[in-house]
Design a protein around this ligand. Sequence first.
Ligand SMILES: [Fe+2]
Length: 454
Amino acid sequence: MKSLWFRLSQLSVAIICLTIALPAFGHEGHEHEPYTDAKAAQATPVPDRVILTWIGDPAVSQAVTWRTDVSVTASKAQIAVAEDGPLFAAKAVDVPATTQHLQTDIGECHCHTVEFTDLQPKTKYVYRVGDGGHWSEWFHFSTASAQPEPFSFVYFGDAQNDLKSMWSRVFREAYSDAPKARFIVHAGDLINSANRDIEWGEWFYAAGWVNGMVPSIPSPGNHEYAKDPADENKRTISNNWRPQFALPQHGPAGLEESVYWIDYQGVRIVSLNSNERHEEQAAWLAGVLSHNPNNWTVLTYHHPMYSGAKDRDNAHLRQLWQPVIDKYGVDLVLQGHDHTYARSGQVLGDNVPTGVNYFGENGGAVYVVSVSGPKMYDNGKLPVMKRVAEDTQLYQIIHVDRNTIRYEARTAKGDLYDAFRLVKQPSGKNELIEEVPDRPENLRAPVTGVAEEK
Ligand SMILES: [Fe+2]
């Protein structure tokens, strides 16, 4: 018994010594550093955040951007016409990348861009990106037809929050529902803090390799803007925006790559930047729409002209932009910002102040506010709205045909929530055909009175 006590006390001494010694051991470099989100979001020599966008004509060109650490100074893409088997790889040609240095809040990286040009319309290509040693996988993309042809695209309202944990399921449901969609419109607030690179990392993670196959058309929201370090009173677009998205440069000076248009198989998609210089953009928009050979025009920007909530009105946008929208017959307006769902009928003129004559007869754009992420606000249900929702994450699949646009809003789990058809009349104006599914609106329970609180 005595010997057992002796051994136990020896063991106690040993444990105490070890406890004292271990931290010192750690200081000598053997301690494990915590694996932080910032560490996980660092660039490496291997390409990541691969994303397709357009600078020029989708029928004959395609841009791709990706990220590496700063050790990669000369990068490139390889491209070939896709084939049934692996023999395409031997035929792939190199296209050198242009590289931009990006300093973020968690480090630095290089953003590389290639624009493939002189492509054949309506052709499937295969490409990869890298530095000759570290390569991405081979991705497919297809060029657009040079003629109007039916296609679908996806639209997302604000993703913004919990991008990895909560937005990813919406993105992936949309992809599994519309895997052949030809592009993805993001109507602003892709992330929450403009210059937090971890959030951009989550945004790219949620979309994963789909961004390397299906091009994106992003428009900046207020959360893509941050205080300018050089001027307290000024807000500027995220440092990540222009290095990581290669977009058209034909917008007003200083608004390149946030104000732009792209023609796709009979549709002109226009991105405006609702964060700044609205008046200038009205003039620019009028110029772009006065020379528009397309049958359809879709506009996207962030702050809604017809809000989902009464106290979030943007009257100045209606005053400046709606006359242009009405004059040139924009068909569909895709917005965000209000973290709720609100879809109007056809609207002509600024009808909010009067509260009457909201709807155009066979004319006027349909305005949509939507949200794809988990942050949710109350809905004010303006009279102009035909269908609203609260506490509902949504994605939209929009099918475009020669004379018809079919719009579907689906919930995070893929259920049809709202639908309509726009049918182009010989006059050039649209007939709106409501196809709202037979299910009640998702609305929060009304706030109950004090008497009911017991
Ligand atoms: Fe937002």
